[in-house]
Design a protein around this ligand. Structure first.
Ligand code: SF4
Length: 312
């Protein structure tokens, strides 16, 4: 039986959400919990559905990540034409599902794609050159993958340790919290460990922390020597990569940071052991043009209505 409250967990993306807007965090972690049950209250069901919205960029990223994971596992050779056909077909399917299968998505949001821009009607996907834009971007990402330093390493001979597969929610524990950390690709070569993060978007200030988190995951799960770890961002849009190396102490510092953030997160709980949250109003809403622009939950957020709809 599913428990009434979510498991005790922490992830970097949820932590960022808590920082940006605690109310959005409440919706994405607590209100949505159990919203997949058909007899759950409608607002809960809606919150769950809204967590499943995806943007065009995110969906393209998911397709490219999936393609790369399969390509590496099956050791397939370069074939841009087939890869682009696959991405194009999946995209068309997703656009059609977003427009035509809304009721199906509402009943079963896990099994259908709903684009944020279709749901919130902020872009008509049939206008302009979306198809061409996607194709151009996918081609750049795939070409740069085929020319990447990591793929060259693979072709020279490596030992694969881990590769991200769909629904493979890898984690480790800090105290009794489950820390989600999904490594794209980890391999061993000449006694060194390489952890690779494929990036399909722009560089971000978070890239460094994310890699350090993956190193901590590898340390906890595989007991690797942190002095022999190389962390790599493959920036597929730019066709560039960055290799980072840290001391063991620098990497272990991440655990202290997570503990500090968990302490902050626990201020929002009524019961820390059972992970029972305070009431919705205890989680301050931080409406702003920047925060709300791409927030999945604006449809159910009273502060959004008050600040952006009722005022206009
Ligand atoms: S709509 Fe704005 S205020 Fe409401 S939860 Fe989202 S980010 Fe926060």
């Amino acid at each position: 039986m599913i428990s009434q409250y979510p498991e005790k967990s922490w992830s970097f993306s949820k932590d960022k959400l808590l920082n940006r807007c605690p109310r959005a965090y409440f919706y994405s972690k607590f209100l949505m919990w159990g919203g997949w049950e058909l007899d759950a209250p409608e607002r809960k069901r809606k919150a769950y559905r809204l967590t499943k919205l995806t943007t065009i960029e995110q969906y393209l990223g998911t397709l490219i990540h999936g393609y790369i994971a399969n390509n590496i596992t099956a050791l397939k050779s370069e074939d841009i034409k087939t890869a682009l056909e696959y991405v194009g077909k999946e995209f068309n399917r997703a656009v059609i599902a977003s427009y035509k299968l809304r009721e199906e998505w509402e009943r079963n949001p896990k099994n259908y794609i709903m684009f944020y821009s279709v749901y919130y009607k902020n872009r008509n996907l049939f206008e302009g050159n979306l198809g061409m834009e996607i194709k151009r971007k996918a081609k750049t990402l795939l070409q740069n993958y085929y020319n990447s330093k990591t793929l060259k390493d693979i072709q020279d001979g490596i030992r694969i340790i881990e590769i991200d597969r769909e629904n493979n929610f890898t984690s480790f524990f800090v105290d009794n919290y489950k820390i989600y950390s999904i490594v794209d690709f980890m391999y061993e070569k000449n006694g060194n460990i390489y952890i690779v993060d494929w990036k399909t978007g722009k560089r971000s200030v978070d890239d460094e922390f994310q890699l350090k988190l993956y190193a901590l995951y590898a340390y906890k799960n595989y007991n690797i020597d942190l002095n022999n770890v190389y962390l790599i961002n493959e920036y597929l849009y730019e066709g560039d990569f960055e290799e980072r190396k840290y001391s063991k102490d620098e990497l272990l510092e991440v655990e202290n940071y997570i503990k500090e953030r968990i302490e902050i997160m626990e201020h929002y709980l009524k019961d820390k052991e059972k992970n029972i949250p305070q009431d919705e109003m205890f989680f301050p809403a931080r409406p702003s043009k920047y925060n709300c622009k791409w927030c999945n939950f604006k449809e159910i957020c009273p502060e959004y209505k008050e600040n952006f709809i009722l005022k206009n």
